[in-house]
Design a protein around this ligand. Structure first.
Ligand code: NAP
Ligand code: GCO
Length: 264
């Protein structure tokens, strides 16, 4: 059973893995035996991430690459293939959110979120697919969201992008399954990372942020998730253990999507 989850000899690219969910997923894939490549946009984050990986005994190869830049992505993938080997596992994790009421949002802001959260996973997937097709195997994991299924105030661009990412996941699964390429999604619930920090900040009087209390009341597990909660699901979807799982969105949300919420 252990070998079923082994990633020995595999090369994994995790986008946006300088910190947060991406970092935890990259760490998990490394612990399962994979060679790790990751990217982010800034030298500061790159260097601190490399130090963090090294502290954990992980030799990760880091790139400064904006996932919306097709040329930069092609160069990064080519360099990974030269130095670590062809990409066997792609985790499209890089993503942003802008919490703005839709009627107040600028079109440019909406477009930026969709570019990073939806167009970029297409760009990076397109960059690794030819080699996966040639070698007749590959794993693509898209980091979706509960907002792939639900909406809420102020996240119209993000929900639109993550809803689209769910369908991109299903379409890649449909189009490339015949090459023994599996494309699945992970839909994290509310996870404590820098991206959600504004939703958890204590109030000036020291009380819980209202959104924090709201999420606790909507989560059967009665807690926020941590990036480590995503490690097992990521290794499962990256390994042979999921070779007949394709087009699936695995929600890792503590049960939020199954629950109407605690009665007041
Ligand atoms: P985060 O803490 O904000 O980290 C996002 C990562 O993406 C950072 O490493 C960032 O690095 C990178 N990034 C952003 N834009 C990029 C770009 N254009 N090119 C390259 N790298 C880029 O976010 P997180 O909470 O870990 O979330 C990671 C993923 O999970 C996102 O797709 C998010 O939508 C999704 N998600 C998060 C939650 C949650 O509750 N936290 C729940 C569901 C889904 P730089 O800024 O240094 O470039
Ligand atoms: C928000 C949060 C969510 C989480 C996540 C939930 O503002 O509602 O940021 O979008 O990040 O996507 O799955």
């Amino acid at each position: 059973m252990k070998n079923l989850f082994s990633l020995e000899g595999k090369t994994a690219l995790v986008t946006g893995a300088a910190y947060g969910i991406g970092f935890a997923i990259a760490e998990a894939l490394a612990e399962a035996g994979a060679k790790i490549a990751f990217n982010c946009r800034g030298e500061g984050h790159l260097n601190s991430a490399l130090a963090e990986y090294e502290k954990r005994g992980i030799t990760a190869k880091g790139y400064i690459c904006d996932v919306t830049d097709e040329g930069a992505v092609a160069e990064m993938v080519a360099d990974i293939e030269k130095t670590l080997g062809a990409v066997d596992i792609l985790v499209n994790n890089a993503g942003i959110i802008k919490r703005i009421p839709m009627h107040e949002m600028q079109v440019s802001e909406f477009r930026e979120v969709v570019d990073i959260d939806l167009v970029a996973p297409y760009i990076v997937s397109k960059a690794v697919l030819p080699s996966m097709m040639e070698r007749r195997h590959g794993k693509i994991i898209n980091i979706c969201s509960m907002m792939s299924e639900l909406g809420r105030e102020t996240v119209s661009a993000y929900a639109s992008a993550k809803g689209g990412l769910k369908m991109l996941t299903r379409n890649i699964a449909s189009e490339y399954g015949k090459y023994n390429i599996q494309c699945n999604g992970i839909g994290p619930g509310y996870i404590a990372t820098p991206q959600t920090a504004p939703l958890r900040e204590p109030q000036p009087d020291g009380s819980r942020h209202p959104f924090d209390a709201f999420i606790i009341s909507k989560t059967p597990a009665e807690r926020w998730g941590t990036p480590d909660d995503l490690k097992g699901p990521a290794v499962f979807l990256a390994s042979e253990a999921s070779d007949f799982v394709n087009g699936h969105i695995l929600y890792v949300d503590g049960g939020i999507l199954a629950y109407i919420g605690r009665q007041p």
